[in-house]
Design a protein around this ligand. Structure first.
Ligand code: ATP
Ligand code: MG
Length: 474
């Protein structure tokens, strides 16, 4: 199991533990069977001859087994009589497919093609050392997890320990007792099949997580992009015409001034109307109104830019972007929720442009800041609600993004699960428990790290570290 990750190892050990209980039950059944029908089990692990094998074929022993757990055994041993002996031990087991490889130089290729659920591997062979083959199997992705039972003539503790260090799962003295061999083959195969099924289930769950979050985010992004697009045209239209309006207003005002100079004594009707509409104020205010309308449309154009920046539907590839812009556009999307009394403190460092997948990174900011807002709004009694966002460039060509809140924090148990798919403490229909799972994956894709510091009652801080360039990662 050398090449397994820690997580995979834990899973495997767990399955082995479950299988261990089954194997005990299995052995008890075998023992009772052996006692009541002693002649059935005739192959001893020390004395074997082809005659006794021929004379006393094994009957089908009663084993608690499920046919969903099909077993494929590959025996690699240069001695054909061992091959024949094992074949006979297994021939009556309908759920076990047996394959024998006598030429160790062919073992690797053939074993991969046979996709075994367990490999029986001879320790000492003339051309290829068993331990060398063992290490090779462990290093190949097709066989790295397949259980390997070493077969040896030597009952030496040190040798056994060595094989386990090199990745063996079991060690048996040749030729093992038939009952024990079958039980161990089934035990390891079941553990392996369960392990594969679990990995498959984990992969399916992972895919589901991605699909749900991707769908959730892409709906949001589509909506944001749609709104931005719809607002963009009329606002540009207004903004463009405001310049003309400004010029026209200036021209009319000049003309009025000219009239006033040329006809300093207006008629009483005009005079009365001028007083009624507060003409002097209108003249003074008109230019100001046009200028503030211009400011307003500029602000709307900025907002539209931010919305487009957030959705970045057109930017699925990696790009050089400003992290601060990404955070700003995220805050803009979240601004209606922030208005309920949450103070944002920004401490942006002097960051270079970062090579990243901008839409994905915005999704991470969105998930983390939304969570912070959730906890802060969840506690109406809290008077001062603060989110601090810091960006820092570290010495080693990386940037740190820290998002801290002064909410209720998390205890160690919750903290240990927050990156697990579907883990949520929020009420049904409020949280899917995917935000942080997907954020973790996105940061991993950027070859970065995401950490959380939190203590119950003392707030939470998420620390994201990503490299400045995606290619040049140390
Ligand atoms: N800033 C925080 N303070 C306290 N608890 C937090 C914080 N951020 C996350 N959590 C905890 O982590 C859990 C998982 O967060 P995650 O974002 O993955 O899912 P969610 O917010 O529950 O649902 P959603 O999929 O809608 O984001 C939350 O339910 C919450 O218990
Ligand atoms: Mg969330």
């Amino acid at each position: 199991m050398q090449s397994l990750t820690l997580e995979a190892r834990t899973k495997y050990l767990l399955i082995q533990k479950i299988s261990q209980i089954n194997i005990r039950r299995c052995l008890i059944m075998f023992q009772s069977k052996a006692v009541s029908h002693p002649a059935e089990v005739t192959v001893s692990n020390h004395s074997i001859d082809s005659q006794s094998l021929q004379k006393k074929p094994l009957e089908n022993p009663i084993i608690e087994t499920s046919h969903t757990n099909l077993v494929t055994v590959v025996l690699i041993d240069d001695q054909p009589f061992i091959g024949e002996a094992v074949r006979r031990i297994l021939e009556t087991e309908t759920d076990i497919a047996f394959n024998y490889i006598s030429d160790p130089t062919q073992a690797i290729q053939r074993a991969i093609a046979l996709a075994p659920t367990v490999i029986l591997l001879d320790m000492v062979m003339p051309e290829v050392d068993g331990l060398m083959l063992l290490r090779w199997f462990r290093s190949h992705p097709a066989t790295c997890d397949v259980p390997i039972i070493m077969l040896s003539n030597k009952e030496e503790a040190k040798l056994k320990a060595r094989t386990f260090t090199d990745g063996a799962n079991d060690y048996l003295i040749k030729l093992p007792d038939a009952v024990e061999l079958i039980a161990r083959i089934r035990y390891h195969s079941r553990a392996y099949n369960n392990f594969k099924a679990l990995n498959q289930a984990a992969a399916t769950a992972q895919l589901q997580v991605q699909l749900i979050q991707t769908e959730k985010m892409s709906s949001l992004k589509r909506m944001v992009a749609g709104v931005a697009h719809e607002v963009n045209n009329p606002v540009n239209f207004i903004h463009g015409n405001l310049n003309h309006l400004h010029n026209h207003v200036e021209s009319i005002l000049n003309l009025i001034k000219l009239y006033q100079q040329e006809y300093p004594q207006p008629t009483p009707v005009i005079q009365e109307e001028a007083e009624n509409i507060n003409f002097d104020f209108i003249i003074e205010d008109l230019s100001k109104i046009v200028s503030s309308m211009k400011l307003g449309t500029e602000r709307i154009r900025d907002i539209v830019k931010s919305l487009r920046n957030f959705s970045r539907l057109d930017e699925a590839d990696k790009k050089l972007v400003s992290i601060d812009d990404g955070i700003e556009s995220t805050l803009l999307i979240l601004s209606p929720r922030l208005k309920s009394g949450i103070k944002i403190i920004k401490e942006y460092g002097d960051l270079p442009l970062i090579e990243c997948y901008p839409a994905k990174l915005n999704q991470v900011f969105m998930n983390i800041i939304s969570n912070a807002i959730d906890v802060l709004l969840d506690n109406p009694e809290q008077t001062e609600k603060i989110i601090i966002i810091k960006t820092i460039k570290t010495d080693d060509q990386k940037v740190n993004i820290r998002i801290q809140d002064n909410g209720c924090g998390m205890n160690a148990e919750i903290k240990g699960k927050i990156f697990d798919p579907f883990f949520t403490t929020k009420p049904v229909n409020q949280g899917t428990g995917l935000g942080l799972t997907i954020s973790y994956q996105i940061i991993k894709k950027h070859r970065g790290k995401i950490e959380v510091k939190s203590e119950s009652g003392y707030g939470t801080e998420f620390i994201i570290e990503i490299p400045i360039t995606l290619n040049n990662v140390r």
